[in-house]
Design a protein around this ligand. Structure first.
Ligand code: BG6
Length: 509
């Protein structure tokens, strides 16, 4: 075991001693089976769960132990670790009960207490993971606090978006949860903060002197943060139609990436120091104006159904955007005038999440054919950091050509294992590290930036214009002109990434 891994294990032990009970509420649901249990298994397999651990699933569905095990292991990739999976199964139980009845929670509490007694637990530490629809967040948190909270142990409440629909509903949720659990006990998950490349942004920025020197309006022209998915709402329309792409992806995942790109250097790597800086930068962003957006909804193409044809979309005249590009302006000394273009869409031509930082043209440039530098942080798939830059064409030519410095993780690192975001975040919960979780004031600020725009869209303001785009395309056809308007310069040459085995004479693959 490497020392870095041991360090993490020691931090868990320091926090929890050797025992914890992890209660997964909503254990029969999608999030639990697709993300929570596979992440818990990953942590178990790698030795990160305390030795004396019990995982208790809780949900309304009545099912026997075998059904429960079958359900929660469906998405676990076992590889060569079949034995470990059997051990893992022995660590877990299921209790069914209602979400709004004290008697159900009392039953759950008795179950957990008996298990703690049996396991000779010194301090009853309990982690409550709410893999639940938002409609039951408050009653469940209340039921837990009244009946299952361990007054003589450590309690943690893990909750996942959607945290409300706008400022008002989010503040309401915040007040209700805040009355039950302290801010230190609450972990608001934004799973993008658990992604390897997102966690890397601070290292890149603050551990490299050349980046710290150029990371400002004097050098950077525009920044795009892009999320593309090649599939539509298929089956999730009920949820999606109420929320739309801005609430689903932009207000949380992409805005979190923006804050990490834009924030000032924190005074330390302490979680509150980091979150203080994130809040400060959010305070510098004005609410997004409708004219700084481009909205779209996909329509059928090439045999793929349009958004409104999805059976799970009830309103057949829905104007919910499935694509949005929204520009944020960070009004501070570092960023004034630099557009941060947040773009996200479903049913596009590819799967890709990246940050693209485009620098200014070189002033008084000597070399024709040189292009703007770009730093690209590829979050997924194929994690990479690459810098597009200009170089003399190798050989007798004096021509300037575009190439890159490329740190592609899968080429560079052998035996690379990038853990799932949830695995990394649940480990942070056990270590009591809040750095990669959303603080209450951060959430409030994030909603302030989007609420007026969302209300205009929800209210079908006459100026809201939803463009259609074909399933599988790059988005609305207006997109190129839109990003150009904010300064993004697409080079005429046909540079594509990744580039290997390039012919120097042609600079082509
Ligand atoms: C979720 C959204 O938060 O993130 C989904 O609700 C989206 O609509 C998903 O598909 C994307 O996550 P990932 O990890 O697959 O990029």
């Amino acid at each position: 075991m490497t020392s870095a891994v041991q360090l993490l294990r020691d931090q868990v032990t320091k926090e929890l001693g050797d025992s914890v009970t992890i209660v997964v509420l909503g254990a029969s649901g999608d999030l639990a089976k697709k993300k929570t249990y596979p992440a818990l298994f990953g942590l178990y397999r790698n030795g990160f769960l305390p030795d004396n651990v019990r995982i208790v699933g809780y949900a309304r569905t009545k099912m026997d132990h075998e059904d429960y095990l079958k359900r929660i292991t469906q998405y676990i990739k076992v590889g060569d670790d079949g034995d470990k999976l059997e051990e893992f199964k022995n660590l877990t139980d299921y209790v069914s009960g209602q979400y709004d009845q004290d008697a159900s929670y009392q039953h759950l509490n008795t179950f957990i207490t008996n298990s703690e007694v049996e396991r000779k637990v010194a301090s009853p530490n309990r982690v409550f993971y709410m893999a639940l629809p938002p409609s039951v967040f408050i009653p469940v948190a209340q039921g837990l606090k009244r009946n299952v909270y361990a007054s003589n142990g450590i309690n943690r409440l893990v909750v996942e978006k959607p945290f409300g629909m706008d400022s008002e509903s989010s503040n309401h949720l915040g007040r209700e949860l805040g009355a039950l659990f302290t801010e230190n006990e609450i972990y608001r998950i934004d799973h993008y903060l658990g992604k390897e490349m997102v966690k890397n942004i601070m290292n890149l920025r603050f551990a490299n002197i050349f980046f710290s020197q150029i990371w400002n309006r004097s050098n950077i022209d525009n920044i795009q943060i892009t999320f593309k998915e090649p599939f539509g709402t298929e089956g999730r329309g009920g949820y999606f139609d109420e929320f739309g792409i801005i609430r689903d992806v932009i207000q949380n995942h992409l805005l979190q990436v923006l804050t990490l790109i834009a924030m000032e250097r924190p005074i330390s790597t302490d979680s509150e120091a980091i979150r203080d800086e994130k809040v400060k930068v959010l305070k510098c962003i004005q609410p997004i104006a409708l004219e700084d957006t481009l909205l779209g909804q996909y329509v059928a193409a090439d045999g793929k159904p349009g958004y409104l044809e999805d059976e799970t979309i009830k309103a057949k005249d829905s104007l919910t955007p499935t694509f949005a590009a929204a520009v944020c302006w960070v009004n501070n000394e570092r960023w004034e005038g630099v557009p941060f273009i947040l773009k996200a869409g479903k049913a596009l031509n590819e799967a890709k999440v990246e940050v693209r930082i485009q620098f200014h043209h070189v002033a008084g440039n000597l070399f024709s054919g040189s292009a703007r530098n770009e730093l690209v942080i590829r979050i997924q798939p194929k994690e990479a950091v690459y810098m597009k830059f200009n170089n003399k064409q190798p050989g007798l030519s004096y021509q300037t050509i575009q190439t890159d410095l490329d740190l592609s993780y899968h080429e560079r690192y052998s035996e690379l294992h990038i853990p799932d975001a949830y695995e990394s975040l649940i480990l942070d919960v056990l270590r009591n590290d809040h750095s990669n979780f959303v603080r209450d004031d951060e959430l409030e600020r994030a909603w302030k930036i989007f609420t007026p725009l969302l209300h205009q869209i929800d209210g079908h303001d006459s100026q809201v214009d939803i463009k259609s785009y074909p399933y599988g395309s790059r988005g609305p056809k207006e997109l190129d002109a839109f990003v150009k308007k904010y300064g993004y310069h697409r080079d005429a040459n046909d540079y594509t990434w990744p580039r290997q085995n390039v012919n120097p004479a042609t600079n082509k693959l």
